[in-house]
Unconditional design. Structure first.
Length: 373
C-alpha cells in the first residue's frame, strides 16, 4: 500500500513539474516576442512617427523599416520636424518633400518587389523606395516612385519578368525623376537622366486643360522685367508676375536682376499653382507647401526695433513700387503675350487624349491594396 502511495506522489510531482516548466517556457516566449524592437535604431537620427496611411503601406516598405502595428507609435519625431528613413545600406536619411522634386533629379532608390505591377492595364510597372514623402497637416506619408518597364504593348509575361529581373532589389540604384503629379501625390522615375528630360520634353499636355488651383512643377525658361515664363510641360508657357515674387519674398524686386537673385534664373525649378487661364494667357502663382506654425514664446525688443527701422528704410521703395499697376498688362507685356501665342511651338494642336492616365490611380490602389497612391 505504501508502495502505491509513493508512486502516486511521484506521478503528481512529475505532472506539476512539467506544468511549471511549460508555464516558464511559455512566459519566456511571450517576453521574447514582446521584446522585439520596432526599428533597428543606431546612433543617427530616429525615424518620424508614421501616419495611418503609412501603416497600411508598411508591407511595401519592409526594406526600410520593419514594424508591428502595436509598436509603430514608438518612433520619434526629429526636432526639425523632418521624416527619416533607413536606407538599405544602413544609414538614416531625411525624406524629401514631393513638392521639392524636379524633373531630371537624381535619387538613390531600392526596388520594392512586393509592389510590382507587371500586369497593369497601361503596361508593367515597378515601384521604388526613393526617400520621398508628402507632409499633410503635420503628418508624413511615404510616396514611392513608379517606373514603367519599356517595351511594346502586349509583351509576353516571360519577357516582362526577364526585364524586371535585370533591376536588382538588394542594393541602391540611381533613378531620375521623369514626371511629377502633385495633384495625385505621385511621381515617376526612369534609369537615365537623358530619358527623363526627353520624356519631359515630349509629353506636352493641352494648356486649356489646366484648371485654376492645380499644382504643377516647372522650369523657368525666360526672365523678363515684369516676371518669368515657366514651362510646366504644356503647349504654352505661363507667367509668374514680378508682383507675385515680391509678395512671396516680402521685398522689392528690381526687374531681371532681382528675379535672378530671388532664385528665378533661367533653368531654375519652381513649383507653381495655376492662377488664371483665359484667352491663351496662362498665369501662375507660387506654390507654398503647408507648414506647422511655430509658436513664438519669447519676444526680443531689440529685434523689433531693428525691424521697425528697416521697414522705415524700405517704405519709400515700397511706396513707389505699390503705385505701379500690378494687375494691368502693359503694351510691352501684351506684345510679349502675342509673340508667345503666335509661336508655332506654343500653339501646337491640342490633343484631347490625356496620355495614358485613363484612371490609373484606382488601378494601382486596387493592385497594392492601399487607400491612396
Amino acid at each position: 500500500m505504501m508502495k502505491y502511495c509513493h508512486l502516486g506522489a511521484l506521478a503528481c510531482a512529475m505532472i506539476l513539474l512539467r506544468t511549471a516548466e511549460g508555464f516558464v517556457c511559455k512566459s519566456a516566449l511571450l517576453k521574447k516576442s514582446v521584446a522585439v524592437p520596432t526599428f533597428q535604431h543606431n546612433h543617427q537620427q530616429p525615424p518620424h512617427h508614421y501616419s495611418r496611411s503609412t501603416r497600411r503601406r508598411i508591407g511595401c516598405t519592409s526594406l526600410t523599416a520593419t514594424a508591428t502595428s502595436n509598436d509603430v507609435s514608438d518612433s520619434k519625431k526629429s526636432k526639425s520636424g523632418e521624416c527619416y528613413y533607413k536606407r538599405i545600406d544602413g544609414s538614416w536619411k531625411p525624406r524629401k518633400e514631393l513638392s521639392s522634386l524636379f524633373v531630371g533629379e537624381r535619387l538613390f532608390a531600392t526596388r520594392l518587389p512586393k509592389c510590382d505591377l507587371l500586369d497593369g492595364k497601361t503596361g508593367p510597372k515597378l515601384f521604388f523606395e526613393c526617400g520621398v514623402g508628402k507632409k499633410t497637416r503635420g503628418e508624413w506619408s511615404i510616396v514611392n516612385g513608379m517606373l514603367r518597364i519599356p517595351g511594346k504593348r502586349g509583351m509576353k509575361p516571360s519577357v516582362i519578368r526577364k526585364k524586371a529581373k535585370k533591376i536588382p532589389n538588394d542594393s541602391l540604384i540611381e533613378v531620375y525623376v521623369s514626371k511629377i503629379r502633385l495633384d495625385h501625390g505621385s511621381f515617376e522615375v526612369c534609369l537615365s537622366r537623358e530619358e527623363a528630360l526627353s520624356s519631359y520634353k515630349k509629353e506636352k499636355v493641352s494648356a486649356s486643360k489646366l484648371m485654376p488651383g492645380e499644382q504643377l512643377s516647372g522650369v523657368v525658361r525666360d526672365v523678363r522685367p515684369y516676371g518669368v515664363f515657366v514651362d510646366v510641360g504644356a503647349n504654352r508657357k505661363g507667367l509668374i508676375h514680378i508682383s507675385t515674387v515680391a509678395k512671396s519674398q516680402d521685398c522689392y524686386i528690381n526687374k531681371e536682376e532681382g528675379l535672378k537673385s530671388a532664385g528665378f534664373a533661367r533653368g531654375s525649378p519652381v513649383q507653381v499653382v495655376v492662377l488664371n487661364n483665359e484667352k491663351k494667357r496662362l498665369e501662375f502663382d507660387l506654390y507654398v507647401p503647408e507648414e506647422e506654425p511655430i509658436p513664438d514664446e519669447s519676444s526680443d525688443e531689440t529685434t523689433t526695433i531693428e525691424l521697425k527701422s528697416e521697414e522705415d528704410e524700405e517704405a519709400l521703395a515700397w511706396g513707389a513700387y505699390n503705385n505701379e499697376p500690378t494687375k494691368e498688362i502693359s503694351t510691352v507685356e501684351a506684345d510679349m503675350w502675342a509673340a508667345y501665342a503666335a509661336n508655332e511651338s506654343n500653339n501646337a494642336e491640342e490633343d484631347d487624349d490625356d496620355d495614358d492616365y485613363y484612371d490609373e490611380d484606382e488601378d494601382i490602389e486596387d493592385a497594392l491594396g492601399i487607400g491612396s497612391y
